[in-house]
Design a protein around this ligand. Sequence first.
Ligand SMILES: [Zn+2]
Length: 162
Amino acid sequence: MKPNIRVGYGYDVHQLAEGEEFWLGGILVPHTHGAVGHSDADVLIHVICDALLGAANMRDIGYHFADTDPKFKGIDSKILLTEVMNLIREAGYEVGNIDSTICLQRPKVNPHISEMKRVLAEVMEMEVEDVSIKATTTEKLGFVGKEEGVSANATVLIYRNA
Ligand SMILES: [Zn+2]
């Protein structure tokens, strides 16, 4: 018999541009630049959504919320995450834990991690201790290092509720 646990993985990138709001991990991070996208461009929430959908083999965030659909223009990604959690739970799954990494050169993410964890755990109706968020720079290498963009990765574990 197969175990009733499944893993999922998510990866996403957004461009950074001057004067944009910088939504990251469900909160507004003060910075000169912000992420660009059809939604609020919250890269951390997007990778968590993709990891959850991947774990349940339910395609990806772009499949469910098309970036050509005006309905999702500028949308708060927390709403997308809520909808993804509904899909996961309707399919009979519960989330065990989430581990994620934000890759960003500037500003420092670490001072904001506690608040991000609190906000995301609340949206997902999970315990804060089951939501891990880590941060790294890329040592000034590549598009993240040159502050042209932000990327993130997430892994999740889901399990059958029954
Ligand atoms: Zn995205």
